[in-house]
Design a protein around this ligand. Structure first.
Ligand code: SF4
Ligand code: SF4
Length: 304
């Protein structure tokens, strides 16, 4: 009997990635995340459904898309706009837009299709000590799809990493952890109320899951985004240092200075919530936070 196809929603596959774990990697970006951080670098990964991205800078205002829309959802004034209440993502406008100013983000794929992409670069993984990284969005938000891909990778001896917010049920996380060689684990804000305010979820589960993984001897790189005026205050840094120092078997901690080059993505997605726009932290501030965290006996690397 034929195996049932396992499908998932992704928004990108990046080959030759060098910042998503060791060596040369293929990164698979899952669509959908239970958090909605306003500083997210991949906001197209937050919503689990397909959506449209509008590139105003590519639009020539030729008007070709307007008559082909079966729901009269498109209008062009100073710029192109779509009435989201009318649009059903049929894709007709995309077919006629030659400058690619309208794009659908997100596609449903089978695990076999994704494995086909992953397998193209096996030779590079072997030579560089790389592998595949599942990122997003939140990979654990599509647990069956992630499970299928992790198991297929393991059958082929491909190194696996999962980039996660940690906001996932303990059963799912620990159940799949035997197929994960490395967790890239984000830690954002230590105060749970503040965490909830900015990300939409509290942080207790995230902290507990991190401890559980480390207790079981899993390899985890903790990633700390450093976001000015949001989590770079003395209290948060101290709480972060104390918590990380209390964890067993923790090896790597990466401090990731916030940058704002992704802000245009929010505009292209016509999001209802505002992106967090602020200047990146200064070099001095990053060094200051690094040395404060090192006082807790932690090994801190700047960047990921
Ligand atoms: S995707 Fe379809 S419904 Fe939506 S704006 Fe384009 S043509 Fe209209
Ligand atoms: S077809 Fe493309 S380039 Fe032409 S008006 Fe529509 S979005 Fe703009």
């Amino acid at each position: 009997m034929k195996k049932p196809l396992i499908k998932g929603m992704i928004f990108d596959i990046k080959r030759y990635a060098i910042h998503d774990g060791p060596g040369i990697r293929t990164t698979i970006f899952f669509k959908g995340c239970p958090l909605h951080c306003p500083w997210c670098h991949n906001p197209e990964g937050i919503k689990k459904e397909q959506e449209i991205m509008l590139w105003q800078d590519r639009c020539t205002k030729c008007g070709d898309c307007v008559p082909v829309c079966p729901h009269s959802a498109i209008s062009i004034d100073r710029e192109i706009s779509i009435d989201w209440g009318k649009c059903d993502l049929c894709g007709e406008c995309i077919k006629v837009c030659h400058p690619k100013a309208i794009e659908i983000v997100g596609r449903e794929v089978t695990s076999e299709e994704v494995m086909g992409e992953i397998e193209k670069d096996i030779i590079f993984y072997e030579e560089s000590g790389g592998g595949v990284t599942f990122s997003g969005g939140e990979p654990f938000f599509q647990p069956k799809f992630l499970e299928a891909l992790l198991k297929e990778c393991k059958k082929r001896y491909i190194n696996t990493a999962v980039d996660t917010s940690g906001y996932v049920s303990k059963e799912i996380l620990l159940g799949l952890s035997e197929y994960v060689d490395l967790f890239l684990y984000d830690l954002k804000i230590m105060d749970s109320k503040k965490h909830n305010k900015y990300t939409g979820v509290p942080n207790e589960l995230i902290l507990e899951n991190l401890r559980e993984l480390l207790k079981r001897g899993k390899r985890v790189n903790v990633r700390l985004p450093l976001i000015p005026e949001l989590n770079d205050d003395r209290k948060n840094i101290e709480k972060t240092g104390e918590f990380l120092a209390s964890l067993p078997n923790l090896k790597g901690v990466n401090l990731l200075p916030y940058h704002n080059t992704w802000v245009n993505k929010f505009k292209r997605l016509s999001r209802e919530w505002k992106p967090y726009i602020i200047s990146p932290p200064s070099r001095e501030k990053v060094e200051e936070v690094k040395s404060k965290l090192e006082k807790y006996g932690l090994e801190i690397k700047i960047g990921g």
